[in-house]
Design a protein around this ligand. Structure first.
Ligand code: ATP
Ligand code: MG
Length: 411
């Protein structure tokens, strides 16, 4: 026998018995996001490498290590690691800034990151997310957070924690960065390798570190004091407190977390995450924030924006299993020609119908019917001659023979 080829490490098949839960995630997204006026956008899986390099900022060596990049006809192309950069590219390229704001978009699809695979972390995984362009006011931040919470509620997920923080604007953040560097200087040697890189290039990113020894350093009183200090300017503070007042008004519970800075450099002001206690260490379901400078950085007009993305594998593991649904009817017959005819008639009327395509014995067909269908439609020789069908309810075993045109009303 030929050698078996296996799925690539860090990637997974979504098998038919799992597909129901995925369909629920996608259908609920369409349903909930439509209520808020969001429209779906689908962008390509690979883009020019430069889009990600420029999009995520130059400090993100750690992110660059994660990219799947390949050359094709002398061009460097990269598989998307997230969708925001591609959506922003499309927003600019298609002149969406000329539409009256806000422009509200949502998406779903696979993302690619060369990370260490573990529970809740894959190399190909899926995200569902939203982006809103054109509103600088905190009502936009509030709406996207509300939307995230209501999507989770619609999925039956209520016991999740919303964490928020404000990173201020580039102006007020500089002094804070300097203070963080200063207080962490004596600890430099004790920081993890990634944090040592981040220290020079973007010290705020340190606060996001998941390494226990780094987390312990941030807990030291003199360091914690600096991290917890209020550094944002008056305007940013008003933005943040207005956002909180809207969240209070809509009854969304949240906690403020000064360590929440998010992985990418383009965020300003609001950042947020939604976490679950039932996910082990990869506990973030949703991450997002405001990114007012990204559209300009990627060549567009100055356009404020805010959005979030959720990991669909992590959402999935919080949902109960959705059983594979049965078809309406399975035709048990020794005459494929008659079975074809009846099946097509019922399918045209909206029913899901199958029958045996391989000349199996009658009893085998009945066995199959009871596994996959709610009704067996028996088309034996007698039935065919009399233009009748025996309809068997496979749950109650009740059976009656009726004229062919009655079948539709019985299943
Ligand atoms: P994490 O801190 O878990 O690495 P992140 O900040 O890198 O997350 P984002 O880029 O904000 O994640 O993506 C949003 C969501 O996508 C995350 O909250 C998570 O649910 C999911 N996610 C991110 N990376 C992965 C991955 N490698 N495998 C599965 N899900 C992921
Ligand atoms: Mg990550």
């Amino acid at each position: 026998m030929a050698k078996i080829i296996n799925v690539i490490k860090g990637t997974k098949d979504i098998l038919p018995q799992e597909a129901g839960a995925w369909q629920k995630l996608e259908e609920t997204a369409l349903e909930v996001f439509s209520k808020y006026g969001y429209h779906e956008i689908r962008t390509p899986i690979f883009e020019a490498t430069e889009l990600f390099a420029r999009g995520v900022g130059d400090t993100t060596d750690i992110v660059k290590k994660e990219l799947y990049t390949f050359e094709q006809s002398d061009r460097s192309l990269t598989m998307r690691r997230e969708k925001t950069a591609g959506v922003v590219r499309s927003f600019i390229e298609n002149g969406m800034s000329r539409l009256s704001p806000p422009v509200k978009l949502w998406y779903k699809g696979p993302m690619f990151r060369y990370e260490r695979p573990q529970a809740g972390r894959q190399r190909q995984f899926h995200q569902v997310g939203v982006e809103m362009f054109g509103v600088k006011q905190p009502a936009a931040d509030a709406e996207v957070i509300l939307l995230a919470v209501n999507y989770l509620k619609a999925l039956g997920l209520n016991d999740l924690e919303v964490e928020i923080n404000s990173l201020g604007c580039p102006a007020c953040r500089e002094a804070y960065k300097a203070k963080i560097k200063e207080v962490l200087k004596p600890e430099f040697e004790n920081l993890c390798e990634d944090c040592q890189t981040r220290y020079e290039k973007n010290p705020l990113r340190l606060l996001d570190c998941k390494v226990e020894s780094c987390k312990a350093i941030f807990e030291k009183p003199e360091i914690k004091k600096v991290i917890q200090s209020d550094f944002i300017c008056e305007e940013c503070a008003v933005h943040f407190s207005t956002l909180k007042s809207y969240l209070d008004k809509t009854g969304i519970k949240y906690v403020e977390n000064k360590l929440l800075v998010r992985g990418l450099d383009y965020y300003n002001r609001t950042v947020f995450e939604i976490k679950s206690n039932n996910l082990g260490s990869q506990n973030a379901v949703c991450g997002g924030g405001r990114y007012d400078s990204l559209v300009r950085n990627l060549g567009g007009e100055d356009t404020p924006a805010v959005g979030w993305a959720m990991g669909m594998e992590r959402l999935n593991s919080l949902l109960p299993e959705v059983p594979v649904s049965k078809i309406d009817a399975y035709i048990v017959s020794t005459s494929p020609a008659d079975a074809f005819e009846l099946a097509e008639e019922l399918r045209a009327a909206g029913k899901s119908v199958e029958f045996d395509l391989a000349n199996k014995k009658f009893t085998k067909q009945l066995e199959k019917a009871s596994k996959v269908a709610n009704y067996a439609l028996i088309l034996g020789e007698d039935e065919i001659k009399a233009n009748k069908v025996s309809v068997k309810n496979l749950e109650t075993s009740e059976q009656k023979t009726v004229s062919r045109d009655m079948v539709l009303s019985l299943i």
